[in-house]
Design a binder for this molecule. Structure first.
Ligand code: SF4
Length: 174
């Protein structure tokens, strides 16, 4: 009776043979099968580069420094944007909910994300996280059949909305 490494090798070899025969027979495997299995769960595939990048997304120590100065943007978002720490610690870790995360990030200009990178003690790459979330949110929207991803819709009118979009405090606020 086989056991340990020998058994593992036999199982791997058998699986390889099955996959090769499945491909020869025209059955879906690999990425096509991944889409069949996971598109309905709103889980897009990752590229090799994204897989490498992901390791840098999880270094947050919940110090809260990136939330300093975000009160006005949080209030103006009317519940869509909970602050950067929550985006990094929660929203960015649940891919099926990336459409909501992308909506939250619409309230934070890239210049602000760049400034936050300079003050984050663990070097969380806010702009890379935002790019990743937006790209996957678009993918999910396309898979869902939405012609226009919601994150591309204009921001809801808020008092001082234009100023907020530029990362400036709104007039008469604060
Ligand atoms: S500043 Fe960096 S470490 Fe601190 S809460 Fe924000 S993302 Fe996390």
């Amino acid at each position: 009776m086989l056991s340990g490494r020998a058994l593992a090798l036999v199982i791997l070899a058998w699986s390889l043979v099955k996959v090769l025969f499945a491909r020869l027979g025209g059955r879906k495997t690999g990425l096509a099968l991944f889409h069949d299995n996971y598109d309905a769960d709103r889980l897009p595939p990752l590229t090799a580069g994204e897989r490498e990048e992901l390791t840098s997304f999880s270094s947050c120590i919940a110090c809260g420094r990136c939330d300093a100065g975000e009160a006005e943007r949080i209030a103006a978002s009317r519940g869509a944007y909970p602050g950067l720490m929550a985006v990094v610690l929660a929203s960015a870790r649940s891919m099926p909910d990336f459409d909501a995360a992308a909506l939250a990030l619409r309230h934070v200009p890239d210049e602000v994300l760049e400034q936050k990178e300079a003050i984050c003690p663990t070097g969380v790459p806010f702009r890379a996280i935002a790019r990743f979330i937006r790209a996957k949110a678009d993918f999910i929207a396309a898979a869902d059949g939405n012609a226009l991803p919601r994150r591309h819709l204009p921001l809801a009118a808020t008092s001082g909305g234009a100023a907020m979009a530029l990362g400036q405090p709104a007039q008469g606020e604060g």
